[in-house]
Each structure stands twice: as C-alpha cells, then as structure tokens.
Ligand binder design. Structure first.
Ligand code: PBG
Length: 322
C-alpha cells in the first residue's frame, strides 16, 4: 500500500477533471481587439512585423468589426493614422479626423460593439512624440489641454470609453474635467496608468507610423526596472478619477500586474503589445514553438497575474478558439 496521502495528480488525470478544477479562464467579454485605421478605400495593408494585423481604411474597418462582432468580440480599441501631421497633433482632435470618422462609422454600422478610443498625440504629431515640444522635450501642461480636447472630440464621435496613453502628469484629471464640461459625465476613462518605455512597442510604431523622430519616450513613459513607481502612478490616476487601470506591456510585467491588482480594486487591464505578438508569430512561423498553445498560455498567464481585461491582437483568434 502507498504511504502517500496527497496526490495532486488525481485531479489532473482527465481533461474533464482538469476543466472542472481550473482556476483561471479566458472570457471573450474580457478581450479587447486593437485596430489600425487609415485613409483611403478598400485598403487592407498587412503590417510586416505583425502578420494578421492590418492598416484598414474605414470601409474595411467596418467589415473587420462586423466579422469580429459576429465571432464574439465585444470591444475594440481604435488607433488612427492621419494623412498629415503637424507640430501639435491637430489631427487628433479634428472633427473630421481619421479616428473621429472611424468611430462614427463603426458605431453607426456595427451593433453592440464597445468602441474604445486611444487618446494620445504621437500618431498625429510630425515629431512623433506624445505631446507638444518645448525646449527639446515634451511639455506636460500645454499637452493636457490638447488631450482633453481630443477626448471630447472622440466622445462626440461616439466613443464608449476614453483611453489616454500619453503618460502626461495630470492627464486623467484634465480629461475628466474636459469630458464632464462637455456633458460626457457618463463616459469612463481607462487609463494607461502604468506604461513603460518599452522596446516591445517596436512593431506598433511601424503599424501606427508613430516612431519619435528624435530622442525617445523615456522622459514620460516609465523606467522598466520600477515597480513601486507603478503603484504611485496608479494611485495618482485613481485620485484623478480613472475608472479602470492598465499595465503595459503585459507578459514581461506580470509582477507589476499582480502588484497593481493587490493594491487597487478598479477593473485592471493589461496590454499584450505588438512586440509580444510579433515574437509569438515569428517563432510560430519558424516552427520553433506551437503558436496557438503559446498564445493561449501567454493570455492565461496575464489573467492569472491579475488582469481582468486584456488588449490583444490575438483577440479574434482566441475567441474563435474558445
Ligand atoms: C501610443 C501607444 C503606443 C502603444 C499603444 N498606444 C505606442 C508607444 O507608446 O510608442 C503601443 C502598443 C503596442 O505596441 O502594441 N502612445
């Protein structure tokens, strides 16, 4: 007779038992699908470093959203690529800007799809930074006003949630005040509260044509070695009225997701960014990993670390599999 009392393997013996005792699950309602919208018609241009992700003109964006919605996707986040850029990113808040037109079209054509607007200036500024430049650096306070204006124009276009990603100090308070003054007290803010200056954003900058033309983003995005600072950033955004928090990137920062989860009760999102996606796709294509299983495992890890919501370029594929 065996002397072992505890045998954890008992509950792993069959697929049904494993399914029954599983602690963490992916739910389609928690996955947010990022999409890139550009000018033109009939445009569906694949991003080289992100196979399966496209720059879409508005008509193609609407088609993609209809398909995604039918497939079970419940929310998207839109990034706009304007036709022209300037010093202060005027295209970000133009009434007929690419993002504003895209939001209107999707809200008009696709039923029951939550549309999140990414609120930042880097896709719209000629220098590629997330704010206006003074003395060679991004000037914080003059940028706040532009961000508030951008958020209001996105809400006017029909955005359901505003997601500021520029890492300016005080951006949540400024945007909240702007939205409230314009009558959008009911529109929630999903703050990219904890966003690191990460090399994992590389492919996105190709996709959104938003690479900085000089310098880098280290004077406003967070220094990767820091985690206490992440809690401080999150706390400031909670105080300023954020409704939801985000940590970004996701997989390389699971400890940060866990730390924010333990300290704050707001819904927490994590962004599986372009470089995380590209790594999995590249190794999958080379046959070095099983792409589908790594995709599922990476997402479940992010959830297990404490994220309620995940922004992922895999959203459509994963929901298909679920
Ligand atoms: C804009 C923004 C970025 C991402 C989301 N919003 C890029 C950046 O900060 O350079 C990155 C997303 C990704 O890599 O998938 N500020």
């Amino acid at each position: 007779m065996s002397e072992l009392i505890h045998r954890p393997r008992r509950l792993r013996r069959t697929a049904a038992l494993r399914e029954m005792t599983r602690e963490t699950r992916l739910d389609p309602a928690n996955l947010i699908y990022p999409l890139f919208v550009c000018a033109g018609e009939g445009v569906r241009r694949e991003i080289k470093s992100m196979p399966g992700v496209f720059n879409l003109s508005i008509d193609e964006l609407v088609k993609e959203c209809e398909g995604a919605r039918r497939g079970g996707v419940s929310s998207i986040i839109i990034f706009g690529l304007p036709e022209s850029k300037d010093e202060k990113g005027s295209g970000a808040f133009a009434e007929d800007g690419i993002t504003q037109r895209a939001i209107r079209a999707v809200k008009r054509e696709v039923k029951d799809l939550i549309v999140i607007a990414d609120t930042c200036l880097c896709e719209y500024t000629s220098h590629g930074h997330c704010g206006v430049i003074e003395d060679g650096d991004v000037a914080n306070d003059p940028t706040l006003e532009i961000l508030a204006r951008t958020a209001v124009s996105q809400a006017e276009s029909g955005a359901d949630i505003i997601a500021p990603s520029g890492m300016m100090d005080g951006m949540i308070a400024a945007i909240r005040a702007g939205l409230d003054a314009a009558g959008f007290t009911h529109i929630p803010i999903l703050s990219y509260a904890v966003k690191y200056a990460s090399a994992f954003y590389g492919p996105f900058r190709e996709a959104a044509d938003s690479a900085p033309q000089f310098g880098d983003r280290r004077s406003y995005q967070m220094d990767p070695p820091n985690v206490r600072e992440a809690l401080r950033e999150a706390e400031l955004d909670v105080e300023q009225g954020a409704d939801m928090l985000m940590v970004k990137p996701a997989l390389p920062y699971l400890d940060v997701i866990r730390a924010v989860r333990e300290r704050f009760d707001l819904p927490l999102a994590a962004y599986q960014v372009s470089g995380e996606y590209a790594q999995i796709k590249a190794a999958g294509r080379l046959g070095w990993i099983d792409e589908e299983r790594v995709m599922m495992e990476s997402l479940i890890a992010i959830k297990r670390a404490g994220a309620d919501l995940i922004l992922t370029y895999f959203a459509r594929d994963v929901i298909n599999r679920l």
